[in-house]
Ligand binder design. Structure first.
Ligand code: FEO
Length: 399
């Protein structure tokens, strides 16, 4: 049971999930995930901030009960309605029948839709910038739409400088005993923060930037996200990381994602990689799209400056695992990549060339060009593939 006082009057009431294999039914979470919830105790009233996924409700209610020691809860603040955080609302209402649910107009509409709680007297609607006084603990609400859903907001506890940030600054990875970054080694969460951001929030960079702009000048001593550690000692690093990701700012490196049925396109990938290495690129990440997880491919492609896609032709189209990856990148509106492609065909020419042209145009990528091979590598296509790697290297701003 994971109950802890984080800062005076602020308690952790969240739970871990080490059972779910795929977060959102899509993203592997081998290290689990935490669903974070918090309690803020004022002199006059107590607020619970967010709930947890319904599967963990028994432990969650036990945590609340231990913190409250039989006392009621006055308010349930809902920063985000995705069911990994809102799923236990009906059970909280059942356990604390007088509780008032605090949210913005969109939150309240979603609660009615998801959980069929229709009694308007149950809700306290708040607008951007409004405050709720708990008695020596003042909650201020910042509406931050599309970080990650339209109703998302953040709640700032003024007296303690504590930001309850919803999904923002979150990460995969359960909490192994400790809750705050002051009491654990947090390096292992950082790669997962990239993956979490790229997989879950990646499409909404512009909105994350707007939210960050809203928070300029706000004195933040604690960041209490809905997933992962509570940030205190590493706030500057975490904010900087999310700022860079949401500006689509890349790190040095090139990702090669390829799909190959019988190894010929894979051989091209090796030549491209060799060309990159010979040109001085030291950080080259390769993914065989048939075997790598989509989650990691997206995360790496998001993170590094260069993206090279290689693809066999399949029934006149792109090889399906590669096409799925490219669609995922397009869904996330990935920007600012040095891009190149290579591919193969046996008898029907064209899948890589024409499809990639359309893709590059739609995405506004900085394209170095394509190399296409018929059937298998010969001296000419081998040299061309290697040269493609060299040319991508020449286009990078940093190696
Ligand atoms: Fe962790 Fe968008 O929910």
């Amino acid at each position: 049971m994971n109950v802890k006082e984080i800062t005076e009057g602020v308690y952790y009431a969240g739970v871990n999930d080490r059972v779910t294999a795929l977060f959102e039914g899509l993203w592997p979470i081998p290290e689990g995930v935490s669903y974070n919830s918090y309690i803020v105790k004022g002199k006059n009233a107590t607020a619970l901030i967010d709930t947890v996924r319904i599967d963990e409700v028994r432990e969650f209610l036990n945590n609340i009960s231990r913190i409250q020691d039989g006392r009621p809860i006055d308010y349930l603040v809902i920063n985000h309605m995705e069911p990994d955080h809102s799923g236990s609302i009906p059970e909280v209402v059942r356990a604390y029948p007088d509780i008032k649910i605090v949210g913005n107009v969109q939150t309240i509409g979603m609660i009615k839709g998801f959980y069929h709680i229709f009694d308007d007297s149950r809700f306290l609607e708040v607008k951007d910038g409004e405050v709720l006084d708990l008695g020596g603990k003042t909650l201020k609400f910042y509406l931050t739409p599309m970080v990650h859903w339209p109703e998302t907001m953040m709640t700032y506890l003024e007296e303690n400088g504590t930001l309850f940030s919803g999904d923002a600054f979150g990460t995969f990875g359960a909490l192994n005993g400790a809750v705050t970054d002051c009491e654990m080694e947090t390096d292992r969460y950082f790669p997962e923060m990239y993956r979490y951001y790229a997989n879950i929030v990646g499409k909404y960079g512009m909105f994350v930037q707007r939210a960050l702009a809203r928070l300029v000048g706000v004195d933040i001593k604690w960041i209490c996200s809905t997933h992962g550690p509570v940030w205190h000692s590493r706030i500057a690093e975490v904010v900087d990381l999310v700022d860079r990701l949401s500006r689509y700012e890349s790190e040095p490196g090139v990702v090669i994602v390829y799909g190959s049925m019988y190894g010929n396109t894979a051989e091209m990938a090796e030549e491209v990689a060799r060309g990159l290495a010979e040109a001085g690129v030291t950080n080259i990440i390769m993914h065989d799209a048939s075997h790598s997880s989509m989650s990691r491919m997206i995360s790496d492609a998001y993170r590094y400056e260069g993206l090279v896609v290689g693809c066999a032709t399949y029934s006149m189209r792109l090889f399906p695992p590669v096409e799925a990856f490219m669609n995922a990148m397009e869904t996330r509106e990935i920007k600012n990549k040095v891009f190149a492609a290579f591919g193969s065909f046996t008898w029907a020419k064209g899948a890589v060339g024409s499809r990639m042209d359309e893709y590059v145009a739609r995405m506004g990528l900085d394209s170095v060009g394509y190399v296409v091979m018929k059937q298998t590598l010969d001296d000419e296509s081998r040299a061309a593939a290697r040269r493609l790697g060299t040319e991508v290297a020449g286009r990078l701003t940093r190696k």
